[in-house]
Design a protein around this ligand. Structure first.
Ligand code: KIV
Ligand code: NA
Length: 265
């Protein structure tokens, strides 16, 4: 694939090729992730935690999401860029949801938007789709609802919630979304959903029976180091590596070792 499109993702599902997705919020990181060959870059509202240091994803604004997304879009050559609609920008009514999605597409150049929820936001999803904007769904442990859930534990372990989740996944397919993220739900349930709908299902903490995986880049690089859920595989320990680099720089400066003869004019 020269450039990943919503179409190529469906082809990947049909061919049994897994989809790899990671987050990015800035130009430099997006450039590295894109060049490595990622299929989808998510400009997640996890920027609220990772970039801004908020406790939840709720405070990040539409303007801030557009700033992050436009930085990412300038870096990419191949990946599909999906941008989260932030809390409060789409739940109220479908007209403001559409306005939010249009602003993201126009002002950032992103390729699609992601919204959290199922039947509660069906009108918003439909209205955004009527404007020709691709929508990715997101069900399970949806972090914008953290105060409703009360904790970050696994969702849909009970039958009632699992049934609602399956219905919402079907609805998301029927409305015309191009893909669905399932976050922190039992692997068996996630696999069942992935097998029952034709659009790609991307999991995070949802097991290996889905069509693709997503992680927060800063987590998988080991930069955020107080966070260690079971689903997180760490590919580097950048927190330690960076700490060592900073300590070495500090001591080089203090010891007058930096700059040396070759590092000055
Ligand atoms: O904001 C985010 O990073 C996300 C992923 C974890 C799916 O929504
Ligand atoms: Na998100």
């Amino acid at each position: 694939y020269k450039r990943i499109t919503t179409k190529s993702l469906v082809e990947m599902k049909n061919n049994g090729e897994k989809i790899a997705m990671l987050t990015a919020y800035d130009y430099t990181m997006a450039k590295i992730v894109d060049k490595a060959g990622i299929d989808i870059i998510l400009v997640g509202d996890s920027a609220s935690n990772v970039m801004a240091g908020h406790e939840t994803t709720l405070p990040i604004t539409l303007n801030e999401m557009i700033y992050h997304a436009s930085s990412v879009v300038r870096a990419i050559e191949r990946s599909l860029v999906v941008v989260d609609l932030p809390f409060g920008s789409y739940q109220g009514n479908s007209r403001s949801a559409l306005d939010s999605a249009i602003r993201i597409m126009k002002e950032s150049g992103g390729h699609a938007v992601k919204l959290e929820g199922g039947s509660e936001i069906r009108e918003s999803i439909s209205r955004i789709l009527t404007a020709g904007i691709p929508v990715m769904g997101h069900l399970g442990l949806t972090p914008q609802s953290i105060y409703k859930f009360g904790s970050y534990t696994v969702r849909a372990k009970e039958d009632e919630e699992a049934e609602k989740l399956k219905e919402d996944a079907l609805l998301i397919e029927q409305l015309g979304c191009f893909a669905l993220v399932l976050e922190k739900i039992p692997a068996k349930l996630a696999q069942e959903i992935a097998e029952s709908i034709s659009i790609p299902v991307i999991g995070i903490g949802a097991g290996n029976g889905v069509d693709g995986q997503v992680l927060v880049t800063h987590d998988m690089l080991g930069m955020t180091h107080e966070f260690h859920p079971r689903f997180l595989r760490r590919y580097l320990d950048l927190f330690s590596e960076m700490t060592t680099a900073f300590e070495n720089y500090i001591s080089d400066v203090k010891n007058r070792d930096f700059p040396n003869e070759n590092e000055q004019y």
